[in-house]
Structure formats: C-alpha cells, structure tokens
Write a new protein. Sequence first.
Length: 115
Amino acid sequence: MPTGIRRRNAGRTAYRRRAFFDGAEINKHNLQGRIILTGFQKNPLDFVQTFNIYLITSLYEGMPYSVLEALNFGLPLVATNVIGNNEVVENGYNGFLFEKKKVHDGVQKNSRSYE
C-alpha cells in the first residue's frame, strides 16, 4: 500500500475517535435555536439555501460539490485552505480561506463575512 494512503487512513481513524459536537454540547453553550442537528437529509439543498453562511472545515477535499452548491445560492463562504476548496474559493472575493486546524482563524473570517 502506498505511504500516502496509509497516512490518510491513519488520519481518518484519529479523527473518528474525537468527540463530536452533540445536543448536550449545544444545550451546555446555550446554542439552541442557532444550531440544529438534522441528521441525514435526502435532499440537503433544501437546507443549504436557508443558511446564513456556509462553513466547511475539511482537512482535505477532492471536488468540493457542497462549496459549489453554496456559491450557487450566493452564501457567504468560509473554508479551509486545502486543495479543492482553494481552487473554488478566491480569498476575499467569493469567500474566505483559513488554514486547516486553525479554528480561531476560521471563526474570525466567519465574523468578517457578516461585515
């Protein structure tokens, strides 16, 4: 197996072990009404077009179809600066890019998109 694939799988395994933001965390931080966990949706575009902003925090992307769909709806876009995202998002023009694993930068750019 090529080294690149092995590393990718190792990263996925580590990621899956992390705790995800869930309903209890939403309540703990008083974010009810601001964050809605819908679960699987057969037609997610019905939800995407109601968003105020589109945030994508991928560590890697191929062709980011969800980014293209968000742009189609004219949503402010904040995305990690990874291959795929940075081929579609032009920083400061049709969205904002931040370096992967630098959540604080993403939050700052998210705030800037509302100005």
